[in-house]
Design a binder for this molecule. Structure first.
Ligand SMILES: Nc1ncnc2c1ncn2[C@@H]1O[C@H](COP(=O)(O)OP(=O)(O)OP(=O)(O)O)[C@@H](O)[C@H]1O
Ligand SMILES: [Mg+2]
Length: 226
């Protein structure tokens, strides 16, 4: 058995809105091995972002457990959960969530500065990964001065810069043309090969999905093997 980096057991999520309960996830279990790449697909509103947010510790499930690097996300303090996320996880949001007042370079260096790396070390690593996503010529631009696809690539660089053991990506190539999406795909495969980085990729792009090892579909609050 290969070692697990992330696991979900019987995860459910119910949103309560204005006295109404909406069960988005009913019973989701998932085991992601070190260095594994999987895709999650499903129709709009099926709960893909909801699931990814919980796997990444950005939101907590209504019931069930999520473990990252053998630690239970649910039972951790907020501070311990942040530290675990910073160390083990990279996250690419569906809507990039870059810090508007900082440049591309500063946005990408941020996870390293937060973990206590020296500024020159963080800057060098940020420059290298920005070059890898094809943005060496946009490092001093702020998010508002970047195109949608460029912002998306800055967000991808930010998720990868700390060499996390697992990267969760919500529609990473949704804003990108085919060529740029190919480059990002190649980068994902390179990190996967060289560093054993695991990836969970939420996508509508079936070509991208099928280049992972396993495609799962979210249907009626459950994750099915496709
Ligand atoms: N904070 C919230 N409060 C109440 N309901 C929510 C909340 N967030 C999401 N939902 C509902 O949960 C369902 C799943 O949303 P989610 O964003 O996870 O879907 P998705 O599969 O990512 O869709 P898309 O492909 O459009 O991104 C939707 O019906 C949405 O309205
Ligand atoms: Mg979504």
């Amino acid at each position: 058995m290969s070692k697990s980096i992330l696991s979900a057991k019987a995860v459910a999520k119910v949103y309560r809105e204005a006295g109404q309960e909406v069960a988005v996830l009913r019973d989701v279990s998932l085991e992601l091995a070190v260095g594994e790449r999987i895709a999650i697909v499903g129709s709009s509103g099926s709960g893909k972002s909801t699931l990814l947010n919980m796997l990444g510790g950005l939101d907590l499930p209504s019931s069930g457990t999520i473990r990252v690097a053998d630690q239970d996300l649910h039972t951790q303090s907020e501070k311990a959960r942040s530290r675990l996320r910073n160390r083990e996880l990279g996250f690419v949001y569906q809507f990039h969530h870059l810090l508007p007042e900082f440049t591309a370079l500063e946005n990408v260096a941020m996870p390293l500065l937060l973990r206590g790396d020296r500024r020159n070390v963080a800057t060098d690593a940020a420059l290298e990964i920005l070059a890898a996503v094809g943005l060496e010529h946009r490092t001093s631009h702020k998010p508002a001065q970047l195109s949608g696809g460029e912002r998306q690539r800055v967000a991808i660089a930010r998720a990868l810069v700390g060499q996390p053991s697992c990267v969760l990506m919500d529609e990473p190539t949704g804003n990108l043309d085919r060529k740029t999406a190919e480059d990002i795909q190649a980068l994902i495969e390179r990190l996967n090969n060289e560093l054993q980085t695991a990836f969970i990729i939420v996508t509508h792009d079936m070509e991208l999905a099928h280049r992972t090892g396993r495609v799962l579909e979210l249907v009626d609050g459950e994750l099915l093997q496709r």
